[in-house]
Design a protein around this ligand. Structure first.
Ligand code: MF3
Ligand code: CO
Length: 277
């Protein structure tokens, strides 16, 4: 499906329900992320919240993916499979997850979001990498609020990273954000870096998952033999933060933040508007 799906405000409101559940499940997974805990434990914590809300996982079974979250530790960029690996003091872990809710018409709506957790005594380098990635995401979302084209999001992400830290970090190009709605991955691609082609017009009714992946070294990556886990070729750290964002009739709303992104975006001079009901 290469056509962009345009949603009504009511459909975006259903997506907001999926987004809030995604956010609460991520809260639980991040809270559980401590030294001595396995990545499978985080998957359990996440699933429990989905169960409590009678929501389904969109990751589980996606091309046979075996879990409800991706748990990507240190040099793992994305799509780390939860398992026996036990978190150590000083690790950083990106936790990516999503939820599906079904609306009154039986249509399914997806949420998708990722956060990075720092385990115990983390180096300043790891702390900075997470903070830059998180801030880059919010700068991309802020740009989206007034962007004419989808590519202005990646432009803002890259401009922020370069202005703050020059060429110190790489921005992954092998994986990109995406449209989201009645499926998790839909058109259009949402690049998290600057590209000449700014892509399609950003229009009301769209929902986009914005998900910058930033690395401490080279942007070259390899997928491991498990068929999923993506690692940096140079073994240096990688980090990801992600939100799903709605472009509704009256403005933008961050679907996977309980406050719609109000607190973070107000610092950047952007006002979010609740989805009209
Ligand atoms: N949520 C990831 C993304 O941000 C995709 C995960 S696919 C899965 O687009 F199969 F690993 F779940
Ligand atoms: Co995504």
């Amino acid at each position: 499906m290469r056509r962009i799906e345009y949603k009504t405000d009511a459909q975006l409101a259903s997506m907001a329900a999926a987004g809030v559940i995604t956010s609460r499940a991520l809260d639980a997974a991040v809270d559980a992320a401590r030294a001595g805990v396995s990545t499978l434990d985080l998957d359990q914590a996440f699933r429990q919240v989905l169960d409590e809300h009678q929501a389904a996982s969109n990751f589980l079974g996606y091309y046979d993916y075996p879990a409800a979250i991706c748990a990507s530790v240190n040099e793992e960029v994305v799509h780390g499979i939860p398992g026996e690996r036990v978190l150590q003091d000083g690790d950083m872990i990106s936790i990516d997850g999503g939820a599906i809710v079904t609306d009154a018409y039986g249509k399914k709506w997806h949420g998708d979001s990722a956060r990075t957790a720092l385990i115990g005594n983390v180096s300043d380098a790891r702390r900075e990498l997470s903070e830059i990635t998180r801030a880059a995401l919010w700068h991309g979302i802020a740009a989206a609020a007034s962007a004419r084209k989808v590519g202005e999001i990646g432009l803002a992400v890259e401009e922020f990273v370069r202005a703050e830290t020059g060429d110190k970090y790489g921005i992954i190009e092998d994986f990109v954000g995406h449209g989201i709605g009645s499926q998790m991955h839909m058109a259009p691609d949402v690049l998290n870096y600057a590209a000449r082609d700014l892509g399609p017009r950003l229009k009301k009714g769209m929902a986009l998952a914005i998900e910058p992946m930033i690395v401490a070294g080279s942007i070259e990556t390899t997928t491991l033999d498990d068929g999923w886990t993506v690692v940096t070729d140079d073994g240096k750290d990688a980090c990801q933060w992600e939100h799903s964002v709605a472009f509704h009739s009256e403005g933008i709303w961050v679907l996977t933040a309980e406050d719609g992104g109000a607190s973070e975006l107000s610092k950047l001079g952007v006002t979010v508007k609740p989805i009209p009901s």
